[in-house]
Design a protein around this ligand. Structure first.
Ligand SMILES: NC(=O)C1=CN([C@@H]2O[C@H](COP(=O)(O)OP(=O)(O)OC[C@H]3O[C@@H](n4cnc5c(N)ncnc54)[C@H](OP(=O)(O)O)[C@@H]3O)[C@@H](O)[C@H]2O)C=CC1
Ligand SMILES: O=C(CO)COP(=O)(O)O
Length: 326
């Protein structure tokens, strides 16, 4: 398990509870040592026992060597550089599992595409796990479901079996594009939702953002070859609703800072954890434009985040678009 942040730590617990021996890589040696000594991560989900099958190391080589499953939970924008260091240690035919929900700046690639390029592996060796999976709830073993997407459905099924626990229920899917886009775009819509919430806007506005947010996600997905049905599943609507509704969501919380009038820099200073939508909104906007897809909410989130546009101006821009058929 590469990455010992909130999701990496919670996912290490899932893997251990599902019966696997887990070596969790933390980039800071003191975090790895604390996990080895106390069985808990002192900085992320600090009250959660990770379980007896989880050990930790600050050596990625030690974590990767001989592993059948290599699970990745680092920030989306650092993944390529990280894999450059790690690729040589991968075991032949190991499965690489992406937990990340972002799109790479500059290349506009999905995380599975970055993995294929940076680790030099065939696409059917890469699986994506995505769904409404707030790490803080999973750490408490509250029931949750997710999707394991892989173009090789037998491999998806093997991953499914490896991560099934009494509190975590994975479904398989062969639509990697749809599952990854659902996970990445919902973070942008959650920023919009947080902005709206902090502005004191009500449930009609929020329902509009979720529904039209899903519409623009599916529009991009279809243009990129995704199955439109994926967006009504756990990795689409499920994750979008879960993230928007939850005060635990870092993206929604980041949006709330912006909606209260904080600048990007002030919101970043107030945020300890990765809020993927903040950078990914730029890449998603570029991806949509290059495919001629309209994503009006994403466009406005990007303007509020990166161009200093007042959220009230962004709302007015969205509401004054030309009327159209649903
Ligand atoms: N948290 C959640 O509920 C969920 C998160 N995700 C996704 O999982 C991914 C990881 O998020 P999450 O674990 O929550 O993030 P966190 O912010 O909780 O943790 C980030 C982790 O990445 C490490 N890190 C930071 N910079 C680098 C770097 N340059 N190279 C390598 N590692 C680095 C951090 O190490 P350090 O502590 O040393 O800074 C930390 O271990 C994201 O894409 C997120 O969208 C998906 C589902 C649920
Ligand atoms: O992806 C998540 C839940 O599925 C976590 O969302 P945040 O990154 O906004 O906390």
């Amino acid at each position: 398990m590469l990455g010992a942040g909130s999701w990496g730590s919670a996912f290490a617990k899932i893997l251990g509870d599902a019966g696997n021996d887990v070596v969790l890589w933390a980039r800071r040696p003191e975090i790895a040592a604390a996990i080895r000594d106390t069985g808990r991560n002192p900085e992320y989900l600090e009250n959660t026992p990770l379980g007896e099958r989880v050990t930790a190391t600050a050596s990625a080589t030690e974590a990767i060597k001989g592993a059948e499953l290599v699970v990745l939970a680092v920030p989306s924008q650092t993944l390529r550089v990280n894999l450059g260091d790690w690729a040589a240690d991968l075991t032949e035919d190991s499965t690489l599992v992406s937990l990340m929900k972002g799109i790479e700046l500059g290349t506009t690639q999905r995380m599975s595409q970055v993995i294929v390029e940076a680790a030099r592996v065939a696409p059917d060796r890469v699986a994506v796990v995505s769904g409404p999976n707030l790490a803080g709830e999973i750490a408490l073993e509250q029931p949750a479901a997710t999707v394991v997407a892989c173009s090789d459905i037998d491999r998806a099924t093997r991953v499914q079996h490896a991560i099934t626990t009494p509190y975590f229920r994975p479904y398989t899917n062969d639509d990697v594009v749809g599952c990854e886009l659902g996970g990445a775009v919902k973070n942008v819509i959650a920023l919009a939702f947080g902005i709206a919430h902090a502005m004191g806007l009500g449930d009609n506005t929020k329902a509009m953002l979720i529904t039209r947010g899903l519409a623009e996600t599916a529009r991009l997905g279809v243009a990129l070859g995704a199955d439109p049905l994926t967006f009504s599943g756990l990795a689409g609507l499920g994750d979008l609703v879960g993230t928007c509704m939850s005060p635990l969501s870092r993206n929604r919380t980041f949006g709330e800072h912006l909606g209260r009038g904080k600048s990007l820099e002030q919101a970043q200073a107030a945020t300890r954890y990765t809020a993927e939508g903040v950078k990914s909104c730029l890449a998603i906007r570029d991806l949509a434009r290059s495919h001629g897809v309209e994503m009006p909410i994403t466009e406005q989130v990007e303007r509020v985040c990166h161009e200093g546009v007042d959220p009230k101006v962004a709302v007015a821009a969205l509401m004054s678009r030309s009327t159209k058929a649903e």
